[in-house]
Design a protein around this ligand. Sequence first.
Ligand SMILES: [Zn+2]
Ligand SMILES: [Zn+2]
Length: 257
Amino acid sequence: MELIDTHCHLTFEDLAPDIEGVLARSMAAGVTEWITVGTDPHENRKAIQFAERFENMYAAVAIHPHDAKTVTADTLAELKNLAQHEKVVAIGETGLDYHYDFSLHEDQRRVFAEHLKIAVELGLPVIIHCRKAFDETMEILEQAGSGVKRVVFHCFSGSAEQAKIVLDKGFYISFTGVVTFKNAEKTRRAAAVVPVDRLMMETDCPYMSPEPMRKQKVNEPALMIHTARFLADLKQMDWEDFARVVTATSRTFFGLM
Ligand SMILES: [Zn+2]
Ligand SMILES: [Zn+2]
């Protein structure tokens, strides 16, 4: 069994000091590849260092919408540089977060559009972070045009109707352990409408451990196995068949060897 954690933050302080242990437990659980996602200039550089150090690890780089207010032309120039590293497989996470509102909407929209420009120029897929900003996120993606090749909505928190809109555009949808939470009926309804070959999985660790491990405060890639089994059940699939399809999708989407 080989699963890919397509969105984790292994450089964050909760995980980085024990990275060898984190990866050993992950391998033992069958989660054998990782895309570690940068969120600011410092984390982006660290993500690339990690990806250089571990063979099965890749990086995604971006400035998180939370930090949009800090982004200057220099920030974007450095981002574009970093994104050309051979182990960078995506631009992300980028998008809009109107839930926390840590940056003005105007800044978030501008920075999101700039990220899409870089993705188009470099031919990289895009990892979207979208909270309470669905219509505007779709609008900005629309404006970016057909040059944006591959798009995944990470940690999907929308409705089944919104999932259908995303799928109609040819985009992909990724689920975290949230789908296993007791109160996540809406997310399960969304997962139900996503064809298994348009679906990916992630931990978004160190956040959001899946049930029945939700009490484990620091989530890690090994725990993605619970989300995988849960989603296989939801899709009424043999779990190894399910894992095979999702891994193949992730590999193609991110262009992994
Ligand atoms: Zn996110
Ligand atoms: Zn994330």
